[in-house]
Design a protein around this ligand. Structure first.
Ligand code: ZN
Length: 278
């Protein structure tokens, strides 16, 4: 390393990517030397470091099962096309706001709540806690994430993260392009897991949680008729994410969720790119 540094000169050496790579290797292999490179410097407080990005977003297509029945509407109208000699490929989208992996803004249920464009950016990057209810969701499609599930999570993992997102892992994300995702019975009642309102109220009143996420089509479980979780949670100024994917790839705590919410004036939510940094 010293030979290379001597040939390049210190300044050039530090300006090359090579220098950074060598210094990083050196600081890894020589603990205790007290030397520290730019790349080995610890992250600023409050900014997470990460090794991997996990995509929690389903591809949004017209095969996606819609909460109301049938499939989501996704239309790409061709405005110009290279294949017809226009020089550019440009489309205009028509999509359902609350289908696919998407955010529910407070305004979705609460006329005084924030529309999606007004949710502060600093609230859209947050520590993620994942509550695994797959065992009971396998036994019953009407399973709910209860207060007891949250207490058990805290007993195993410590307090739920401040200003965080609590996600329900039911395993339902494997069904998003199948009728079994909404799971209507013969009477037209839906059957899929969701949060229990007591759990939502605990997160709202006893913990400082900003967001909840589900791998099903609704924060409320399927059979509900009055949507108490939406009413309480969005009414309390919080927001939610529905139809998330791949939660099973993440640890119960330690990941950071990034919500790429649309910034469309007046929108009540909408398709979002949801990423987890681990
Ligand atoms: Zn929604």
């Amino acid at each position: 390393m010293e030979l290379v540094a001597g040939n390049l000169g210190r300044r050039n050496f530090l300006q090359t990517g090579l220098g950074g790579a060598i210094i990083s290797l050196s600081s890894c292999s020589s603990p205790g030397t007290g030397r520290r490179s730019e790349s080995a410097r610890p992250p600023k407080p409050g900014f997470p470091s990460f090794r991997e990005v996990v995509d929690l977003t389903h591809t949004y297509s017209n095969r996606f099962t819609h909460w109301a029945g049938g499939t989501a509407k996704v239309e790409l109208e061709t405005l110009s096309s290279t294949s017809r000699g226009d020089g550019w490929n440009v489309t205009r989208w028509t999509i359902d706001e609350h289908a696919g992996t998407h955010i529910d803004s407070p305004f979705h249920r609460n006329p005084d709540g924030l529309t999606v464009d007004r949710i502060p950016a600093r609230d859209l990057v947050l520590p993620l806690a994942i509550v695994d209810i797959r065992a009971k969701a396998t036994e019953s499609p009407d399973a709910q994430l209860t207060l007891e599930d949250l207490k058990l999570w805290e007993a195993e993992n410590g307090p739920l993260p401040d200003r965080g997102c609590v996600a329900m892992l039911s395993g339902w994300d494997a069904r998003v392009e199948k009728p079994g995702f909404i799971n209507f019975d013969d009477e037209g009642v839906r059957h899929f897991p969701g949060f229990h309102v007591d759990a939502a109220n605990f997160l709202l009143e006893e913990r400082n949680v900003l967001s909840m996420a589900v791998d099903t089509a609704s924060l409320d479980y399927g059979p509900t008729t009055d949507f108490p979780v939406h009413t309480s949670w969005l009414g309390g100024g919080r927001w939610g994410i529905e139809n998330v994917a791949n939660l099973a790839e993440l640890p119960p705590k330690g990941a950071t969720l990034v919500c790429g919410a649309p910034k469309i004036e007046g929108a009540t939510g909408g398709h979002s790119r949801i990423l987890a940094l681990v």
